[in-house]
Design a protein around this ligand. Structure first.
Ligand SMILES: [Zn+2]
Ligand SMILES: [Zn+2]
Length: 640
């Protein structure tokens, strides 16, 4: 007699099937439309192949392109297709790992020669051919020793190593035609599902990301469910390339990074003007919210870092210096400095919450291979603050921080703020009770502000849980910026206390938080978000005077003088160039306003206004123009 099992579907209906039924058969039973769309299934929340027989009663959800969980499986399957194409064209290639990443996937290969652009074209073509062949993904479960022998025969050392490292007696492997891979799965049913394919490029990599290991070639690619979505994605990538902050940073004269100081930024005058603008902006916000600004040393004795826990948990990311026979560490975080400021006087409950802000200059070691523009650096300034408060004040402080963050991101025109709550990681300090109390306080604050959030289990810092904010930029990419972090540990480590109302000594609770995050990284995001066209209140040059010929130089200089007296950042382009060229250059520099000065303007003492967005506006009285600039700056207008 065949046993029957009960399958519960997402809509709550339950149905009995013979044991051994597959998700595909269930999908077919529900309807041919669903069966056609089906890519994989969730069985009791775990992803499985459509062909996996079900032995016991379970909750089953059929995944189609409409389900978020399906994309990972789709891209992961696409990585197998990429490797199948590569090994077909380059039979000697040894394959490593190939995970999905944001916007696509990659696969690493050890090959004799780096892939050329022509190779990549051939690989894309081969992927498309293999897609047309509708090759099935076939799962097999075999003893570990058999898998090792199999990969040895295939000459696939990396896979052999991975199988060896994996525990358990039985391992799962997948076949895609002749391509054989060690993989947990699941996958889409066959290669025919993957139709919209683009190989994006390749770069150097190392086995397991370690420079001491074998060099590899990483091929980046992406796939979409349909050609239209792929085309849209490629267009976005093109736009992102145009907006690349490293490219714009050079063109707009904002910053340079040199081999003499890897991962550190030389801010040029225009770039620093924007950086200072950001800091002035944040200071005004913080002044209005009762913060007090401090500045603490960059280099402190190692005892400080021992006490803070950084030597135990963060040493490999720190820089150390020696002088007068003492070892000292460059601060990777500003927290211990703030603790010492707290300690500088006897604190009373009346002073709490004590909000100490600092534009803190931090140094953190990053491998040279991962450094990139302003986004991955070794030295950066955080718009940091440490809020010392009582247990009861945590929630209201966090509510205020959520409001501040949302307000700041709104001022820059970022949309779609997403929030994540990260909880206790494996390596951590602090007791169970402390962690639970901290996590609960963050959760309550998020709920009371009506903020939607996602929980990232185990993703917190070693000293406390945190809330991260992700914002969406003008071309739809998301970036992580603000962080709010509760810390029940530091006050104990640094023996901080305050005189409570009842006369006893109590420990304050600490909240670390940064709103912009690192100024360097925020600059990268802002440059790409605005394509270098900073809002006028931040623009390094707000107005450029364009005299038509030499006889208008004097008038242009006089107008510039007026503007400067009004606190407006102005430049005069008195090069011996045609006016058309001057306009084009000012436009490329994304200067919000251009004032053309010719005979007519000189005579009438007016200015001919152009703005970078809409071009020619016609003549304006100088006083009216000045008033307008002041108003745009005051309103933090996003465009002229
Ligand atoms: Zn796989
Ligand atoms: Zn801190």
């Amino acid at each position: 007699m065949i046993m029957s099992i009960t399958v519960k579907l997402p809509d709550g209906t339950a149905k009995d099937y013979p044991a051994g039924v597959t998700p595909r058969e269930i999908a077919e039973d529900i309807g041919p439309g669903l069966a056609r769309q089906a890519l994989a299934a969730l069985v009791n929340g775990l992803p499985v192949d459509l062909s996996r027989p079900l032995r016991e009663s379970a909750d089953v959800k059929i995944l189609t392109p409409r389900d978020e969980e399906a994309l990972h499986i789709f891209r992961h399957s696409s990585a197998h297709l990429l490797a199948a194409a590569v090994t077909k064209l380059f039979p000697d290639a040894k394959y490593g790992v190939g995970p999905p990443i944001e916007g696509g996937f990659f696969y690493d290969f050890a090959v004799e020669h780096p892939f050329t652009p022509e190779d990549l074209e051939k690989i894309e073509k081969k992927m498309k051919e293999l897609s047309k062949e509708k090759i099935r993904f076939e799962r097999e479960e075999i003893p570990k020793s058999e898998a090792i022998a199999k990969f040895e025969t295939l000459g696939q050392d990396f896979k052999e190593e991975l199988v060896e490292e994996k525990g358990g007696d039985v391992v799962s492997c997948y076949r895609l035609g002749p391509f054989y891979d060690f993989c947990e799965g699941p996958h889409v049913p066959d290669s025919g599902v993957i139709k919209a394919i683009k190989v994006l490029g390749s770069s150097a990599a190392y086995w397991k990301g370690n420079e001491a290991n074998a060099p590899m070639q990483r091929i980046y690619a992406t796939t979409f469910y349909d050609k239209k979505s792929l085309a849209e994605h490629l267009k976005r990538l093109e736009e992102a390339k145009k907006r690349d902050h490293r490219k714009l940073g050079k063109e707009l004269g904002l910053f340079v990074i040199r081999p003499e100081a890897p991962g550190q930024v030389f801010w040029l005058p225009k770039g620093l003007r924007v950086v200072n603008g950001l800091m002035e902006y944040m200071r005004a916000k913080l002044d209005a919210r009762g913060y007090q600004e401090i500045k603490t040393p960059l280099i402190m004795n190692v005892d400080v870092w021992r006490r803070s826990g950084h030597l135990d948990h963060y040493k490999e990311n720190m820089y150390f210096v020696e002088s007068e026979d003492t070892e000292a560490g460059l601060k990777p975080m500003n927290c211990p400095g703030a603790a010492m400021v707290y300690e500088s006087s006897l604190r009373s409950y009346r002073e709490l919450p004590l909000r100490l802000s600092e534009f803190g200059h931090c140094h953190r070691y990053e491998r040279s291979g991962v450094l990139s523009g302003l986004t991955r650096v070794r030295a950066f300034v955080q718009d940091d603050a440490h809020i010392y408060c009582t247990l009861e004040q945590i929630e209201s402080e966090i509510v205020a921080l959520i409001d501040l963050t949302v307000e700041v991101y709104g001022d820059f025109g970022f949309e779609g703020v997403k929030v994540e709550l990260s909880t206790r990681p494996e390596s951590s300090i602090g007791s169970e009770e402390q962690w639970e109390a901290a996590e609960a306080a963050l959760q309550r604050a998020l709920e009371s502000t009506g903020t939607e959030f996602k929980v990232n289990p185990g993703d917190g810092a070693f000293y406390g849980p945190k809330i991260d904010f992700h914002v969406q930029d003008a071309i739809g990419r998301t970036h992580q910026c603000a962080t709010i972090q509760v810390d029940f540990v530091q006050a104990e480590r640094f023996d901080l206390h305050y005189a409570a109302e009842d006369g006893t000594r109590k420990r304050p609770v600490l909240i670390h938080r940064a709103i912009l995050g690192s100024i360097e990284r925020f600059m990268a995001i802002l440059i790409e978000h605005t394509a270098g066209a900073f809002p006028i209140w931040l623009a390094p040059v707000q107005v450029v005077m364009l005299p038509i010929s030499e006889k208008h130089h004097e008038y242009a200089a006089r107008v510039a003088g007026h503007l400067r007296d009004e606190g407006i950042r102005v430049e005069v382009d008195d090069r011996n160039e045609k006016i058309g060229r001057k306009i084009r250059d000012a436009q490329l520099q994304k200067v919000p306003f251009m004032l053309v000065a010719g005979d007519k303007e000189t005579e009438a003492e007016t200015v001919a206004v152009r703005n970078r967005k809409d071009g020619d506006e016609g003549a304006s009285e100088l006083s009216a123009f000045i008033e307008r600039i002041h108003r745009l700056v005051r309103d933090k207008a996003l465009s002229p």
